[in-house]
Design a protein around this ligand. Structure first.
Ligand code: NAP
Length: 259
């Protein structure tokens, strides 16, 4: 626990498991934490501490929030593919002079036995898929399904927490399973075998939480189309919630000794 001075107010831009872990660590360490969620899922896993939900209204809105709420420190712990909010966070923090840290899991690297085809985005993934298989597991968010809508000759599986919008574009031959992880390698092997999947499409989310599908594909010799991460915003980066907590405590110590 911090021993003296006013509580340091921290905004964690979240929506990830690492953001939830950081919120818990920082709250227990005596920091005043607010986590922000975009509001995409109806029944999100809520972090410890205060939570606000919904967009800020672009860079302007986030800068105004940081100033109005007297935020001392900002941690952008959003998903590596959530590049818009990360860019907004960098601009808004610069604008109002709030120190910002990026918490970003290390990307996965291919190891022996992996059969990865690396692509830059979902549309490129859809373009290479028919060369690699006929039954694809599209392991990504429901917003991404539209890119695969033209794959009429393929059978596709998707897994998500909530149904996509009824009028959202999607592949013609699609089965959706509704489930929320974590999944073990055995779970993933069972799913891949049960649906006779011969190609997996995934983003390089990094970390352990969603790695089981990669390990399962390797174990079964299944091809993987790996959608590479978008360019990251420059700035200080840590790879773990513990690393982010150390940064917060360091900054909070500096701040309270100046108060
Ligand atoms: N992309 C993924 O694959 C993925 C996977 C797992 C979790 N998530 C989480 O889902 C959220 C949305 O992802 P996305 O790819 O749609 O984001 P995005 O494209 O980078 O952001 C689009 C807009 O959504 C709002 N937003 C995003 N994250 C927010 C947050 N944590 N708090 C408040 N507003 C937020 C912002 O609206 P305003 O401009 O109005 O402020 C932002 O401009 C993120 O928080 C991310 O951590 C994303």
């Amino acid at each position: 626990m911090l021993s003296s001075g006013p509580m340091t107010r921290v905004l964690v831009l979240g929506g990830t498991g690492d953001a939830r872990r950081l919120a818990a660590l920082a709250t227990h360490a005596g920091l005043d934490v607010v986590s922000s969620l975009a509001g995409r899922t109806r029944d999100p896993l809520l972090p410890e501490g205060d939570v606000r939900i919904g967009g800020f209204g672009g860079v302007e809105g986030l800068a105004a929030y940081l100033a109005d709420e007297r935020v001392d420190l900002l941690v952008d712990a959003t998903h590596p593919y959530a590049d818009e909010i990360s860019a907004h966070a960098a601009d808004a923090a610069d604008r109002v002079g709030v120190p910002r840290l990026r918490l970003d899991r290390q990307a996965w690297e291919a190891v022996e036995g992996d059969r990865w085809t690396r692509v830059a985005g979902a549309h490129e993934a859809a373009a290479v898929l028919p060369r690699l298989g006929r039954r694809a597991f599209l392991a990504m968010g429901r917003q991404e399904l539209g890119a695969f809508a033209g794959l009429d000759a393929m059978w596709c599986l998707a897994r998500m927490i909530e149904p996509p919008d009824a009028d959202a574009a999607r592949p013609h031959n699609l089965e959706i399973v509704y489930d929320r992880g974590p999944f073990t390698e055995a779970d993933e092997c069972a799913l891949l075998l049960d649906r006779a999947i011969d190609v997996l499409v995934t983003r390089n989310s990094g970390g352990d939480e969603t790695y089981a599908k990669i390990a399962a594909a390797r174990a079964l010799g299944i091809a993987v189309v790996m959608i590479e991460r978008p360019a990251q915003v420059p700035g200080e980066v840590v790879r773990t919630p513990e690393g982010a907590l150390a940064w917060l405590l360091d900054r909070a110590g500096v701040r309270s000794s100046r108060d």
